[in-house]
Design a protein around this ligand. Structure first.
Ligand code: SAM
Length: 191
């Protein structure tokens, strides 16, 4: 498979679990509240949702709360991150954790109604392989929601993201830029 992952804080490197505390820093809430992001996604409550690259679970509690009758799968390369996310969401029957690589997702085709990815794609060496995998595991009409944060060394520009998603078979439906344009949310639909 193209691209070996490398750990570190620079561009294109996988954010190390030893620094996970900074992702849960309360200051982050001033820039972007997880609840507001999940409200924007607009979950029905009964979907099967994949949070790809969940890290220590900044968004996971809000996703869990918005999926009371569905299923939430927390997925990450680093088992240590999954351990932290699991601790945050608690022992909920409808939440599972799965370790693996986003370039080769260990799920059957058409498993998920929604895939959510925040500040992850820029760390994946073969972004296109990852997006093709996302498209494969999405149900027909399923949605991919991507959250990018400016200032992140791995920030992906909107145009580049639209192009990459388009090539993988997902079409932009809507986009929202956050306060002071620090964040950018985009929703794509599997076509
Ligand atoms: C910057 S953190 C963001 C975590 C979380 N989404 C958030 O916004 O707080 C990136 C996460 O993506 C995960 N990640 C990076 N590359 C990955 C890959 N190829 N497969 C699965 N997870 C990956 C890392 O382990 C890390 O937990």
């Amino acid at each position: 498979m193209a691209g070996q992952v490398e750990f570190g804080l620079g561009k294109g490197k996988v954010f190390p679990h030893q620094k996970a505390g900074s992702l849960l820093n309360p200051v982050r809430r001033l820039i972007q509240s997880p609840q507001a992001v999940v409200r924007w996604i607009g979950l029905r409550g009964d979907e099967t949702v994949l949070e790809l690259g969940c890290g220590p679970g900044y968004f996971s509690i809000a996703l869990r709360d918005a999926t009371p009758h569905g299923r939430l799968v927390l997925f990450d390369l680093q088992p240590e991150m999954l351990g932290m996310a699991r601790k945050r969401v608690g022992r909920h029957g409808n939440v599972t954790t799965v370790a693996g690589n986003a370039m080769s997702l260990p799920f059957p085709a058409e498993t998920f109604g929604v895939v959510f990815i925040a500040a992850v794609l820029g760390e994946v060496p073969d972004r296109q392989a990852c997006l093709q995998e996302v498209r494969r595991v999405l149900r027909p009409g399923g949605r991919l929601v991507v959250n990018e944060v400016r200032g992140d060394p791995d920030y992906i520009k909107a145009g580049d993201l639209d192009r990459a998603c388009g090539e993988a078979g997902m079409k932009l439906r809507r986009r929202r830029r956050g306060r002071l344009r620090w964040t950018c949310l985009a929703e794509y639909v599997a076509v």
